[in-house]
Design a protein around this ligand. Structure first.
Ligand code: GRF
Length: 227
């Protein structure tokens, strides 16, 4: 065992939870010096809840529809995150826009993964839009979360070549395979004290990043076989 305690993560999901599973596996295998302190879903029917329970992770549901407004929901979400003891908040397929007040509370301590090469294609339906525009390349981005949607400081991107005849589903599958590798990688850097955001600038090993780090799909090791 390492002398440094594992970084405690709260993973916040709305859907399938495949990134949550990839991160949990990276923790469990010792690939990254982190542990999942809690998985929090904003809806009862999030597919990832069952996966998190299978992995014996602590799960909390903070169902947005049960709160009268965003402020009340965010208050409960904050309470759940803080109750988990998390040091870092991981948005992983969380489908809600967070208020400036909420993002400020977790400034520098909250990451998101977005399925595009930001700043291209913020928002929804990124794969469809990339194909419609005839983009030659697409991908995914891990970034710190700020009040500006999909516009916080960018850390690491995976670039995926668009293939002739690609469908949104085929492209999404290749992008997701990359997501499952780059998201744990960034969390590992934070856990090792190598990565931080200071005055809005990302620093890796003490060096400010003037642009996000970029890896090609072909350079990423295949994700572990599904259980
Ligand atoms: C991912 O494509 C991620 O980029 C986006 O939402 C999707 C979540 O997938 N933010 P999953 O729930 O992790 O499978």
């Amino acid at each position: 065992m390492s002398a440094t305690p594992a970084l405690a993560l709260a993973i916040v999901i709305s859907g399938r939870g495949s990134n949550m599973v990839a991160i949990a596996r990276a923790c469990a295998s010792g690939q990254i010096r982190a542990r999942v302190a809690g998985v929090i879903a904003d809806r009862q029917d999030a597919g990832g809840i069952a996966l998190a329970r299978e992995l014996r992770l602590p799960v909390a549901v903070v169902a947005a529809r049960e709160f009268p407004d965003r402020e009340a929901f965010e208050g409960a979400l904050r309470t759940a995150i803080e109750a988990s003891g998390a040091q870092l908040v991981i948005l992983a397929g969380f489908m809600r826009i967070l208020s400036p007040r909420f993002t400020q509370v977790f400034a520098g301590r909250m990451l998101n993964i977005h399925p595009s090469l930001l700043p291209r294609f913020p928002g929804l339906h990124t794969h469809e839009r990339a194909l419609q525009e005839g983009a030659a390349e697409h991908g995914a981005t891990v970034h710190f979360v700020t009040a500006d949607l999909d516009a916080g400081p960018l850390v690491l991107q995976a670039r995926v070549a668009v293939r002739p005849g690609d469908t949104p589903a085929a492209l999404a599958a290749r992008v997701q395979r990359c997501e499952h590798i780059i998201y744990p990688r960034v969390i590992g850097w934070i856990a090792d004290g190598r990565l931080e955001v200071r005055d809005g600038t990302v620093h890796l090993d003490g060096t400010p990043l003037t642009r996000p780090l970029l890896v090609d799909e072909s350079a990423l090791a295949p994700s572990p076989a599904p259980a």
